[in-house]
Design a protein around this ligand. Structure first.
Ligand SMILES: Nc1ncnc2c1ncn2[C@@H]1O[C@H](COP(=O)(O)OP(=O)(O)OP(=O)(O)O)[C@@H](O)[C@H]1O
Length: 308
């Protein structure tokens, strides 16, 4: 892939805080026009990575190219080309919906008729008509999120960074939000979104699994599931809590987690016949090999240390 087709390219991107390596030697190659996810638990370095890629934080070392420009150095040139929606609602609670949007428009040098027209367009697009004069602080989580997305995209950025954008909204609003992201993507916007939700990560074209500042895996959700280093077996029957305790002591079992009335067991790939291998360990219970999920990939990549 040529450089022009990549929205983001990093080699060895690293950021330390004292002795802590918050982001450690991360390589990325994110194609333009895609939705790319950072999946990982709290503290794995998602926000720190995004802050470096937006030019807000200097890397300790490593090469970063965003929309073909080198960071640090091109912050000002990139300012109008990228959008950033932070983890916390970053607009003014005591300004109205329209006042917030006018404020953001001014930051991007948009005023007068042009600003007014763009704001009207956004109010319609993000379902905020009728709420123009409402104080942002009094809006629901879903409405605030739509307003924040309107603000982050007001200047029609080519590249949009979203840091855990849906942590404060319910499943229905999350779903709707993702539909909006695909609308933006369909008109050419590249989106980098961080999340700790598996279902969100599964919607991305590509994703990186991050843990303790390091990239553990990278690829499309489908490829990651297919190439996983473990096989998945579900066990149905009695006494699953005790069985779980027993199986997690096995070195070849990466994890065993109960899902309803079944125990989902991840067996290392070096065991060629997981069903045969497990049979003597589970007594009369019923075994079925099932297809991996992204959550299984995540657990496998992180060595079973994190169970979402
Ligand atoms: N300015 C800072 N000074 C010191 N340590 C920091 C700073 N910013 C981040 N860290 C540390 O770097 C690590 C990565 O933090 P980061 O915020 O990037 O994680 P995250 O994956 O975004 O998690 P979360 O979702 O909880 O924000 C954490 O251990 C955090 O405490």
């Amino acid at each position: 892939m040529t450089q022009h087709e990549l929205a983001i390219e990093t080699q060895g991107m690293t950021r330390t805080f004292g002795s802590l390596k918050a982001v450690n030697e991360v390589d990325l190659a994110i194609p333009r026009g895609t939705i790319y996810g950072f999946l990982g638990p709290n503290g794995c370095g998602k926000s720190t990575s995004i802050r470096m890629l937006t030019g807000l934080l200097r890397p300790s070392h490593g090469d970063i190219k965003v929309l073909g420009k080198t960071l640090p150095g091109a912050e000002e040139a990139l300012r109008l080309r990228i959008g950033y929606m932070t983890q916390k609602f970053s607009l003014y609670d005591n300004l109205s919906v329209v006042e917030n949007l006018i404020f953001v428009a001014n930051i991007y040098g948009l005023a007068g008729k042009k600003a007014k027209a763009r704001i009207q367009e956004l109010l319609k697009l993000y379902d905020l008509e009728g709420q123009e004069t409402q104080m942002a602080g009094s809006m629901s989580g879903g409405q605030k999120q739509r307003l924040a997305l309107a603000a982050a995209t007001l200047h029609k950025p080519e590249l949009l960074f979203l840091d855990e954008p849906t942590s404060a909204v319910d499943p229905e609003n999350r779903r709707e939000f993702w539909e909006r992201l695909f609308d933006l993507c369909s008109v050419g916007t590249t989106i980098l979104v961080s999340t700790h939700y598996m279902d969100e990560a599964e919607r991305c074209h590509g994703l990186a699994i991050l843990e303790q500042g390091e990239k553990r895996a990278d690829g499309s959700p489908q490829d990651l599931m297919q190439q996983m280093d473990a096989r998945v077996v579900e066990v149905a029957g009695e006494g699953l809590r005790a069985l779980k305790q027993q199986l997690t002591t096995e070195p070849n079992v990466l994890s065993a987690a109960q899902i309803g009335s079944r125990l989902r067991v991840l067996v290392k790939k070096q065991i060629k016949e997981p069903l045969t291998w497990l049979t003597p360990k589970v007594g009369q219970r019923i075994l079925t090999e099932v297809r991996p999920s992204l959550e299984d990939v995540f657990v496998t990549c992180t060595g079973g240390r994190h169970v979402a």
